[in-house]
Write a protein that binds this ligand. Sequence first.
Ligand code: VG1
Ligand code: CO
Length: 542
Amino acid sequence: MPTINTTPYSDQKPGTSGLRKKVTDFQQVHYLENFIQSIFNVATTLNKGLLVLGGDGRYYNRQAIQVILKMAAANGISRVMVGKNGLLSTPAVSCLIRKYNANGGIVLSASHNPGGPEGDFGIKFNIANGGPAAGSFTDAVYENSLSIEKYHIADTDDISLNTQQTTYIEGMQIDIIDSVSDYASLMQELFDFDAIKSLFTEKSFSMCFDAMHAVTGPYAKEIFEKRLSASKAVINGVPLEDFGGGHPDPNLAHTEELLHILNAATSAPDLGAASDGDGDRNMIIGQNFFVNPSDSLAIMTANAHLLPCYQSGIRGVARSLPTSRAVDKVAQRMNITCYETPTGWKFFGNLLDDKLISLCGEESFGSGSDHIREKDGLWAVLFWLNLIAVKQQSVEEITRDHWKRFGRHYYTRHDYEAIDTTSANNLINALRSKASSLTGEQFGTYTIQLCDDFSYTDPVDNSITEHQGIRILFDDESRIVYRLSGTGTEGATLRVYIERYVTNSEQHDMDTQTALQKLIEIARTIAEINDYCGRSAPDVIT
Ligand code: VG1
Ligand code: CO
């Protein structure tokens, strides 16, 4: 098989979730091939093994799949399972790897980043447990990419991805599979589909799911409309290469159409939901009511025992550092451990594999459980539907009840996007160096109890991950966290996470930005955001 000479690129370092770059970067000569060969060089267990391959359907998905298939054949992989039309959601890849004992999977996606010829593309590698590869693996891939001199690729025609079939490239078997059925069946095993179905057929309950022209369209139609009889539940359900020009990020800033439908004065659906480019994120809303993702994780934890799949109870839970501490309150009450991890799903893998936790989540609209090793957007929507079917309460009632029982964590994230990378690094370094001296400092009524640079020791393999974000804890349980994004493709993005804990239920109805106003100002002052970044306001507030 042909071996092609190549020269290395210096920028193939994966971030929070795989390698994410502009499409035009991936279109550079040998750029894609170099990175894929580096993966194959490091993932030696793929040799003579099974690989799962698919993507979120964005621009360059199909071209990349053809290249990867030819390279897989030339690298000694025995068999590849590919989603029809090249489509597989991130959770579906995780499900397939586990179900068919694959040796790994490649997901082609830049997740919630915009797509199209001028947009972003990305590559994630998942290991045999179905989850994202750990930092040690991606570091090794990056090292390999820095000195790569050749790659292997079969010299053959493209294959058709449009029909389910089994075909071969130079002896390597390729199964083009239905993208949806295995995943949909797993969901049906986990949740009480009869109870959910009766919501739609016997009660006057209705829902609207916004697939944002991303990968979940076919999954949502099969699950909500076909299996659960929720008629006309899905909007923007056809995957498009540029997501219809939209930003496939399920939050209040990017789901205008869905919000309009849910906030209608008459006949608004009871539940609104959306997911991102690759289907691993979720947003849950009720009529004129938004469920903060951190609250969603806490509510799931408090109620999981009511659902068939978690009847026997929850072992433990985990949340990423910037996620609000709402779930900590629940864990405390339930007497289970709540782990605090760095940002990114890869840190949950060991905890799930070792059965230390059953549920986990992130503030960035991600939640999941031990059913797979990725966050899972449709799973979260089904969880809420099942909960509504059991409790016979609205989204708002469930959430307000929760606040009454556990208190409310007002929570917001302020993003400063595309700022100068050096300035962003300077800001974080300055915070880091003054962290320890901030303890005891007072800002109005707020006193800093602790300020540090978050470091995580994995309780399973004892690996240490440092410099994961600056956290400031106040004596009233308020908190500010700062970190730089690891998924952007332009300059740096500073994320500032702010929360305040309020137990008095008479104060559970404030506007979030108003409730957090003082802390927002304190966060800007401490980090000197204006001075370092020249920005007087964030670009995106979630
Ligand atoms: C962001 C989120 C993080 C999430 C990651 C991947 O990372 O903050 O919580 O795990 O995206 O999600 P960052 O480094 O930009 O803050 V996805 O849906 O892009 O695979
Ligand atoms: Co995603």
